[in-house]
Design a protein around this ligand. Structure first.
Ligand code: SF4
Length: 318
């Protein structure tokens, strides 16, 4: 595939607002950067700090080393837990090994952990709505000190064998589609007589805002490009929402993945970016578009975000 200039009609490009980095991702990246400044390289990071190759490669170049298992971390090396959170067994292993840990778990993920712990302490069986195998889900399941049942769909709810009067409570992965989650919660509420759960609005603010913005975008455009990594949960949800709205939607890591065939009949194109995708990659996609057609760019009005999360105390003053 080559991106050749095309004399076809110009493209009106709309940028979703908000898009890209959320406060949890900004904080997680800053933790690694400040740790590198304060302690010097290498700093070990368990799992990709956020799901974006560009971000990970940039931090690698500054001296971060990414591992999947703490056994790969040498004794006493500074270790960062990723934004997705970790199970208690991982925290325990780090403590037993005396590793100096900086926890970059997003505070909104920690909030879900705390909700789960509270429900278990009240004698409820916890049902986690999320995607199997996602590190946030593994972390949450490993943080709640009691049985946690994972459901991924309404069908999974139908298949649950708990009795109707079992005291249950649900919690949710932070980056799901609000709509999908709503259907699963409705099914859970219909199935169980004694059920508690947080308000649907408790799904993270960044997830909600980016999903609302892509819905607004879908009313204006013929094609939606979601900038984000293939393993980024929230980016995949954005692409799904575009598709559900009837707009051809594609998830791309950067401009090199743009396929000119997608734009053949398009007059209006929308771009958004997942919460872990930096703006430099959005710019890269815009440049790739410009190599195909003349482009006029408009930024849609959207919700303003002013949320910032505090850094760990040991890094805040550095
Ligand atoms: S998407 Fe939400 S939960 Fe995830 S890191 Fe960002 S702010 Fe935190």
């Amino acid at each position: 595939m080559s991106l050749s200039a095309d004399s076809g009609h110009p493209i009106q490009l709309y940028l979703a607002q908000p898009r890209g980095f959320c406060a949890g991702v900004v904080r997680a990246i800053e933790i690694v950067e400040r740790a590198l400044e304060k302690y010097g390289p290498p700093v070990y990071v368990r799992h990709e700090i956020v799901h974006n190759k560009y971000v990970v490669e940039s931090l690698k170049n500054k001296g971060a080393i990414f591992v999947e298992d703490l056994s790969e971390v040498p004794p006493l090396a500074v270790t960062v837990f990723s934004a997705h959170g970790v199970a208690r067994s991982v925290e325990k292993e780090a403590t037993e090994r005396g590793l100096p840990v900086l926890n970059a778990t997003c505070p909104l993920v920690t909030k879900v952990h705390n909700q789960g712990k509270l429900y278990v302490s009240r004698g409820r069986t916890v049902i986690l709505i999320g995607h199997a195998g996602h590190p946030e889900v593994e972390g949450t399941m490993g943080q709640v000190p009691g049985p946690v049942i994972l459901v991924q769909s309404v069908e999974d709810v139908t298949a649950l064998t708990l009795t109707r009067d079992t005291p249950v409570a649900y919690i949710t992965q932070t980056t799901l589609s609000v709509d999908d989650t709503k259907h699963i919660i409705v099914a859970l509420r219909a199935k169980f007589t004694d059920i508690q759960g947080p308000d649907i609005r408790d799904i993270c603010y960044a997830t909600q805002n980016r999903q609302s913005a892509v819905r607004d975008l879908s009313k204006l455009v013929d094609v939606i490009l979601v900038v984000g990594a293939a393993n980024s949960s929230n980016s995949n949800r954005l692409r799904e929402i575009g598709t559900e709205a009837g707009v051809a939607s594609y998830l791309i890591a950067d401009g090199s993945e743009l396929n000119p065939d997608w734009l053949r009949d398009a007059r209006a194109v929308g771009i958004t970016a997942g919460a872990s995708a930096p703006e430099v990659l959005v710019d890269d996609v815009i440049e790739a578009l410009r190599r195909i057609r003349p482009v006029t760019v408009s930024v849609l009005p959207g919700r303003e975000e002013n949320i910032e999360f505090r850094l760990p105390a040991e890094l805040a003053a550095s």
